[in-house]
Design a protein around this ligand. Structure first.
Ligand SMILES: [Zn+2]
Length: 172
């Protein structure tokens, strides 16, 4: 993980991949691939990430690099096989920008509480999104992130949703 030593430019990586990949189904469009993470699609400072890791013989060239935010870089597969990275990027493809981590929080909610957020909304007949948006906004002010991880992780988002639903039940 000696990111600093990579010589291939970010633009070269974008130019290489977006001349050959099908961008359909990815989290990022070619026009924004230089400034949005290829996995989550958020506008972040991007890191050059080896497809085949350096220590497993992966080379410093555009065909062996992709651009990821720091958070996705920590989670990417590190394996001596070219296909696995793209399997992973495609599996997480999200059609709308800036929704990826919210979706991850909703998946975490369902995992922890055994019920989807859609079901929770349906039970409460929450159709007026604004009322719930206000409550979740308030609850999210009472969350934070770990030092060195400048983002709300999925567990925190799921917890915020849970507390907000309880608050909603008390209020309405
Ligand atoms: Zn990312």
């Amino acid at each position: 993980m000696t990111v600093q030593n990579i010589k291939t430019s970010k633009q070269a990586i974008v130019d290489y991949w977006f001349s050959i990949v099908d961008e359909c189904g990815l989290s990022v469009d070619a026009s924004e691939a230089h400034e949005r993470c290829w996995r989550c699609g958020y506008k972040q400072s991007l890191e050059r990430c080896h497809i085949i890791p350096n220590c497993l013989g992966g080379e410093d060239k555009a065909s062996n690099l992709v651009l990821l935010c720091h958070r996705c870089h920590l989670e990417n597969p590190n394996i001596a096989n070219m296909d696995i990275m793209w399997d992973w990027l495609r599996a997480y493809g999200t059609p709308f920008y800036d929704t990826f981590w919210v979706k991850q929080g909703m998946k975490e909610y369902e995992f922890v509480y055994g019920k989807s957020l859609e079901e929770e909304f349906a039970e409460r007949r929450i159709t007026d999104d604004n009322k719930f948006q206000d409550i979740i906004g308030e609850q999210m002010e009472k969350t934070t992130f770990h030092f060195g991880h400048p983002y709300l992780n999925s567990a925190t988002l799921a917890g915020g949703l849970r507390v907000a639903l309880k608050k909603y039940d008390e209020t309405y």
